[in-house]
Design a protein around this ligand. Structure first.
Ligand SMILES: [Zn+2]
Length: 502
């Protein structure tokens, strides 16, 4: 047992309850020491018992927030949650954290959480850049931003450096690097004529099968189809993934949502943004330049097509991932840039982001019709997401850190929750979408996704009350992963000025 009083956070009110001094007989196993690279980010080291006191609990099930609770952690698991008592016994050596004024909710399960950034070679002042489009891997900053912002489990949802992602998962799980638990998605399953130079382009259905087999053997635990895949390739990939007990999602275009549902897909990315079923002139297996925008413009929960699609998704148990942060610039309400987002970027990244953003805004102000259309699509998408949930659909959350460059790992996951609330979900519903729903999809709801006895102690401690003011989810102080409390600020500070660089 190696918990020095001086290393513990300001929140710690008493290290030893009951008698003073160590009592080895009551301690089953000393917590494992973390290597220096990780230890520097730890605020509350592993302990046999950790008690969170006087804390508000949002449990991730959609239930109302509960005031003034005690949450006991035992060997990295949640032992109990109960109303704060004036007089109670704790095992000797229990680490006690007085969290008055704070809220705890489950670690975020980020379902569209890439490890890369979008680069624009030789961007000029007009917002033009040279090909190719490149997405450099952010192996240091991404995991720190994710964990620091409260993401304790994520799905990479398409990999461009699959061995980096696989090794990163190994290093994190071994406790040698700080970061969330990772569901590593294989390299994108993309068809011919991809705009992304880093993606393999499948030759045919056999290639799709071989690719799925290869990456499943290498350790990938999920798959993602991309915009130019054919129906035959998609069908082969889905069947092969299912044979291995793995799931497949898609950012589609060449294949429509109803077609993909018919082929057995498990999940659709980007809400209702990339469905091409009503795009004029849509040809089978070809991604139209319109990429789903005309379909979304016509699709509301009140239309026959909208009702039929929601019914189809639910009857086939197809989950939908909401990625509102990457679309929010389309809505005129969203003109502000968060200072913390700019601070996290390296200087050239910040410059490129601001140029891109400004040229997009100039384009929108020059073309009022386009701006109105984009705002309408954003509204239709959020209406469809709400109707999908109301009808019993499984909606999940992720930021998709790409777009105009302003969507960052972790900060974007928090922003997604805020945008879900803006779209009409209650704060506790939005938190459930971003926690328990992802865990359910991943088949891990027995161990993560809610604050329930027996589950892993993956928890986010924030100052304030997100059940009343959702932006309080940004006030992260401690992020527990498997009962180890990480110092949110230190993780976020470590990425300052570096995102876009490494
Ligand atoms: Zn994506």
């Amino acid at each position: 047992m190696h918990i020095a009083r001086t290393l513990l956070p300001f929140l710690l009110t008493s290290f030893l309850s009951g008698q003073q001094g160590p009592a080895p007989s009551t301690i089953a196993a000393p917590p494992r020491e973390s290597p220096a690279a990780v230890a520097r980010y730890i605020k509350v080291p592993a302990a046999e018992y950790i008690l969170l006191e006087n804390v508000r609990v949002i449990d991730g099930t959609g239930a109302p927030a509960r005031e003034n609770q005690m949450v006991m952690l035992h060997h990295g698991k949640i032992e109990y949650v109960q109303a704060q008592a004036a007089d109670f016994m704790t095992p000797t050596g229990t680490v006690m954290l007085d969290l008055k004024g704070h809220t705890v909710f489950p670690g975020i399960v980020g379902m569209h959480d890439h490890m890369y950034y979008i680069a624009r070679p030789n961007l000029d002042a007009m917002g033009h850049s040279e090909p190719p489009l490149i997405v450099p891997q952010m192996t240091f900053t991404s995991p720190h931003l994710y964990l620091g912002a409260g993401v304790t489990t994520l799905r990479t949802t398409g990999s461009v450096e699959p061995y980096t992602d696989l090794n990163l998962r190994k290093e994190i799980d071994a406790g040698r690097l700080a970061g969330p638990h990772m569901d590593v998605t294989a390299p994108y399953l993309e068809g011919a004529n991809s705009p992304f130079i880093q993606m393999h382009q499948l030759a045919d259905a056999d290639d799709a099968r071989r690719t799925v087999d290869f990456w499943a053997d290498e350790g990938a635990t999920s798959f993602k189809a991309y915009m130019n895949i054919t129906r035959a390739e998609l069908k082969a990939a889905i069947d092969e993934a299912h044979k291995r007990g793995l799931k497949l999602t898609g950012h589609l275009c060449s294949v429509t949502y109803p077609e993909a549902v018919g082929l057995g897909i498990d999940n659709l990315e980007h809400g209702f943004y990339v469905n091409t079923q009503l795009d004029p002139g849509k040809k089978p297996d070809v991604c139209p330049a319109t990429a789903g925008h005309p379909t979304l413009a016509k699709m509301t929960p009140q239309t026959e097509e909208g009702k039929a699609l929601i019914g189809l998704l639910i009857s086939h148990h197809v989950a939908v991932t909401s990625t509102l942060p990457v679309f929010e610039p389309a809505d005129p309400r969203h003109v502000q840039v968060q200072p913390r987002v700019l601070d996290a970027m390296s200087a050239p990244t910040r410059e490129a982001y601001l140029i891109t953003r400004n040229s997009e805004m100039m384009r929108a102000s020059a073309d009022k019709e386009l701006a109105v259309d984009r705002a309408q699509q954003y509204a239709n998408n959020t209406a469809m997401e709400r109707a999908f949930v109301a009808a019993g659909g499984l909606l999940m959350a992720g930021p998709d850190p790409t777009g105009d460059g302003g969507v960052l790992p972790g900060y974007g996951d928090q922003r997604e929750i805020e945008l879900l609330v803006e779209a009409g979900f209650t704060p506790v519903e939005a938190i459930k979408i971003a926690t328990l729903n992802g865990a359910t999809y991943l088949g891990r709801a027995a161990s993560i996704g809610s604050i329930t006895p027996g589950k892993n102690a993956d928890l986010v401690v924030v100052k304030g009350d997100p059940s009343k003011k959702i932006s309080d989810i940004e006030n992260t102080e401690i992020v527990f992963k498997d009962g180890v409390g990480y110092d949110s600020q230190k993780l976020l500070d470590s990425a300052k000025g570096r995102y876009g660089q490494y």
